[in-house]
Design a protein around this ligand. Structure first.
Ligand code: ZN
Length: 239
């Protein structure tokens, strides 16, 4: 669980744990994309772009939503660049720990049903809050147990438009900073070309162009793949 814990903490810790050029394939830095809420515009606009640019993304879905159910076939048939993450089943109010358990389990069950080839731990994004302690009263220990029981790993704190990187210029500068630091960068989205908190298709395409232009230096990965790699690396370091 060590890597997962490190991962749950600030990005800086992971960055300092791995020196530039030590990432898989000798890449200089790491970049990840993620998408919250299973918006329809992700299916419509993001799926084809990720395939075109050969960059993976983690999609935090709420399978209990009617809008998600309407797109189920597309989620089930999406390319290998689409990895599903748990964003709870309904994104709704969670009154107690039993309800939390059900939200975790029902979402996982839908992910396993739609993407049977996606094995192993599932990335988890807290719905609508930056801390699970704001969602319900739960101790760190109880939360860790609930994650572990449901094979979930909490992702990095959300980072993206419109909170950070408000313009294309700021987004491009951020990518440059990540590359210069040799660390881990990520941009997290909701709607793309529609729906909510949408930076617009032009912005999103500019990000993909920017990343593509530095493709030889970047390890494009997903949260779970990165956690797995860090765990393997830590094991080797201990031998
Ligand atoms: Zn959400």
């Amino acid at each position: 669980m060590l890597a997962a814990q490190a991962f749950a903490s600030a990005t800086g810790e992971v960055e300092s744990a791995v020196s530039p050029g030590r990432w898989p394939g000798g890449k200089k830095a790491v970049f990840m994309l993620s998408f919250d809420d299973g918006c329809h515009t992700q299916v419509k606009n993001v799926f084809p772009l990720l395939e075109k640019y050969r960059i993976p993304g983690t999609f935090y879905v709420c399978p209990g939503w009617d809008s998600f159910k309407a797109d189920e076939e597309a989620w089930a048939n999406a390319s290998e660049y689409v990895i599903l993450g748990n964003h709870t089943y309904t994104h709704g109010k969670i009154p107690d720990k039993a309800a939390l358990e059900k939200e975790f389990a029902d979402c996982n069950a839908a992910i396993r049903r739609l993407r049977p080839n996606q094995k192993g731990p599932i990335s988890f994004a807290i719905p609508g809050a930056e801390s699970m302690h704001k969602v319900l009263e739960i101790t760190d220990e109880e939360l860790a147990e609930a994650y572990s029981r449901n094979n979930l790993v909490e992702r990095f704190p959300w980072h993206g438009y419109p909170v950070q990187c408000k313009t294309v210029k700021e987004m491009e500068e951020y990518v440059d900073v990540v590359l210069a630091s040799g660390g881990v960068g990520h941009m997290d989205f909701h709607g793309v070309g529609g729906d909510w908190l949408d930076p617009g298709l032009e912005y999103f395409t500019a990000l993909l162009e920017k990343l593509d232009s530095r493709r030889e230096d970047i390890w494009f990965t997903t949260h779970i793949e990165l956690v797995h790699w860090l765990e393997e690396r830590n094991k080797k370091g201990k031998r």
